[in-house]
Design a protein around this ligand. Structure first.
Ligand code: CDP
Length: 230
């Protein structure tokens, strides 16, 4: 693909709890595109660092690990709207969502070398597909700046905390609100302020504040926008 060509891709960025994953999966289904969750890749790398007992201050080792990492994202047909994440051939879909992984992602995601390696992988994935919905923090700005459709999803801090609370409740886990607030605040801080690939609104992206919108409202807005631009 030439760099100047537009990619048949819906690129979606936004902070934690803005609804990216839920919305992206549904949009992908509606459009018949493949869904790619780039956060799952940073999470899988973080899990590997933890499993290999590498210290998070050992940047060189972590960057090396990200160079040859074997991550596969597969559609999980057993549960609609989910994807299966394979790390070195093993299913780590659940493990990568654990609280300790979530807490540690910031140490790997801030490293320039890590981002270069994972971004290269993500571009390869997208370019092989005839239609893709890719979501993360730097998709519209760094990974796929040539995507035809760019979206920034937002929601108020209070609403994002509420959504996280419900997510955990659904899994049967009760977490103190203060803990969730602290986690979101810390992740926002590292996502918005890191030197490489920080979260920001890309030029030309449509911004959707999802605070008072239902999931289906947001999905319809995005699919309408794509159809209009086709
Ligand atoms: O779903 P949630 O918002 O909790 O997070 P995620 O999308 O699974 O991403 C996990 C972490 O990976 C985020 O807190 C980001 O710091 C990082 N990430 C990133 O740096 N770049 C991306 N393209 C995607 C995620």
């Amino acid at each position: 693909m030439k760099f100047t060509e537009q990619l048949n891709a819906v690129a979606i960025d936004g902070p934690a709890g803005s609804g990216k994953s839920t919305i992206s999966k549904l949009v992908a289904e509606k459009l018949g595109f493949t869904y790619i969750d780039t956060g799952a890749m940073y999470r899988a790398l973080t899990l590997k660092v933890m499993e290999e007992k590498i210290d998070f201050s050992n940047e060189e080792k972590i960057i090396n690990l990200s160079k040859n990492i074997d991550i596969k994202l597969l559609p999980a047909r057993d549960g609609i709207n989910t994807i299966k994440v394979l790390l070195d051939g093993k299913d780590v879909s659940e493990k990568i969502r654990a609280a300790d992984v979530t807490r540690n992602v910031k140490y790997t995601a801030k490293l320039k070398g890590v981002r270069e390696n994972l971004v290269a992988l993500q571009r390869l994935m997208a370019e092989k597909l005839s239609g893709v919905v890719m979501e993360g923090r730097d998709i519209t700005t760094v990974v796929l700046p040539t995507a035809k459709y760019k979206i920034y999803l937002d929601a108020s801090f209070e609403e994002r905390v509420k959504r996280r609370l419900l997510e955990f409740e659904k899994k049967g886990e009760i977490l103190p609100v203060e803990e969730l607030e602290k986690d979101l605040e810390e992740r926002d801080n590292s996502d918005f302020t890191r030197d490489v690939g920080p979260l920001k609104k890309a030029e030309g992206a449509i911004v959707i504040d999802t605070t008072n919108l239902s999931i289906s409202d947001v999905v319809t807005r995005i699919t309408d926008y794509v159809k209009k631009k086709l």
